[in-house]
Design a protein around this ligand. Structure first.
Ligand SMILES: Nc1ncnc2c1ncn2[C@@H]1O[C@H](COP(=O)(O)OP(=O)(O)OP(=O)(O)O)[C@@H](O)[C@H]1O
Length: 341
């Protein structure tokens, strides 16, 4: 649905060049809730702005439904933009208009008649749960309510794509969850493809099915959220994941363990409903090896379970290797780098 093909965006400020986006290739499929995560300055906003042509790529192309949007005429681009709704961190509501007026605004600009506008606004207010606030002004609303108005306004022209620019970053945790639930409803009930940027991993964990991690303008890792969470390849991705999922014991526990026992630690990752305890018992017994569970957790992600266990093995080196080989055929096993956090 949205395809970035080898896209770069370089800003030139005097003699200095800023490579905001570098060689990005990504594909967002219809129906995705696709999250782009990165620290400040990673290039997320620039990448979003390339989708509605608020920025033009220095290199490469952005396609929407196989159409290279940089090749559109001004008229075609206006039509294309009406297919893309956008919501913002600071809501960007018109303070001089009430809630209904804010939602009606894009419809007025698009030339709908009064009756059509009234009907659509009523429908949208109901969808976002603000039917009783139609006559209130933005200053009378909470942050969460303002973002609901923002979502209703973005949906007014029935777009195929909704772009969310840090849409929950200004909200408290509970309101964030309400807005994320609403975005999920937009995706499921209206079939709108969502592309969002965030610096908060819990947003990705809560609603996205796919994720791309950006650093210094580049996409350093991407894929289905379950795969990236259960097998992160990059240190930055691991740092984001560790902000929402504790997958290693604290330094104190690790140091104490090293003082008392030493030796290698292994991370055993199991997905779905497989349980690892009987597996470990059977295989270690077979090779006369003992095991210690140092740490363990089971989490739910994308309606699937995955577990993470940190173990040590005690016994003959050769036999320990046999245990690891046999275990690796059934679940994922990696040696823990204690400095990986
Ligand atoms: N219009 C511009 N002119 C010059 N430099 C820019 C412009 N827009 C962005 N940049 C630079 O490009 C880099 C990426 O910025 P961008 O805003 O895309 O990152 P971000 O990941 O969205 O960060 P944040 O979360 O802080 O907004 C930064 O170094 C930024 O200063």
């Amino acid at each position: 649905m949205i395809k970035f093909s080898d896209v770069s965006k370089t800003f030139t400020i005097g003699k200095r060049q800023v490579h905001a986006v570098q060689d990005v290739s990504l594909e967002v499929s219809e129906g995705d809730i696709f999250g782009i995560i990165g620290f400040s300055g990673a290039g997320k906003s620039t990448l979003l702005r390339l989708v509605n042509q608020l920025e033009r790529p220095t290199k490469g192309s952005v396609f929407i439904r196989d159409i290279d949007i940089s090749k559109l005429s001004a008229k075609q681009l206006r039509k294309q933009r009406s297919q893309i709704g956008m919501i913002f961190q600071n809501f960007n509501l018109l303070t001089s208009r009430n809630v209904a007026g804010n939602i009606a605004y894009p419809l007025k600009v698009a030339g709908y008649n009064k009756h059509e506008i009234k009907e659509r606004v009523t429908e949208l207010l109901e969808f976002v749960g603000l039917s009783d606030k139609a006559k209130d002004y933005p200053e009378q609303l909470s942050g969460g309510q303002k973002q609901r108005v923002g979502i209703a306004r973005a949906l007014a022209s029935s777009p195929e794509i909704l772009i969310c620019d840090e849409a929950t970053s200004a909200l408290d945790p509970e309101t964030t969850q309400d807005i994320l639930r609403l975005l999920k409803k937009v995706n499921r009930e209206l079939g709108v493809t969502i592309l969002l940027i965030t610096h908060e991993m819990h947003v990705i964990q809560s609603i996205c099915n796919k994720v791309a991690v950006m650093e210094s303008g580049r996409v350093i890792e991407s894929g289905p959220v379950f795969d990236v969470f259960t097998n992160p390849k990059h240190t930055t991705t691991r740092r984001f994941i560790q902000s929402v999922q504790k997958d290693l014991p604290s330094d104190t526990i690790l140091q104490e363990w090293q003082r008392n026992n030493g030796g290698k630690l292994y991370r055993v990752i199991f997905k779905g409903s497989s349980t690892v305890d009987p597996l470990l018992s059977t295989i270690t017994k077979k090779y006369n090896v003992d095991f210690n569970i140092i740490y363990g957790s089971v989490q739910e992600l994308q309606e699937q379970l995955f577990g993470n266990m940190i173990i040590s093995l005690i016994g003959d080196e050769g036999n320990k290797q046999k245990v690891l080989t046999e275990l690796s055929n059934l679940v994922e096993v990696r040696e823990v780098d204690i400095n990986e956090r």
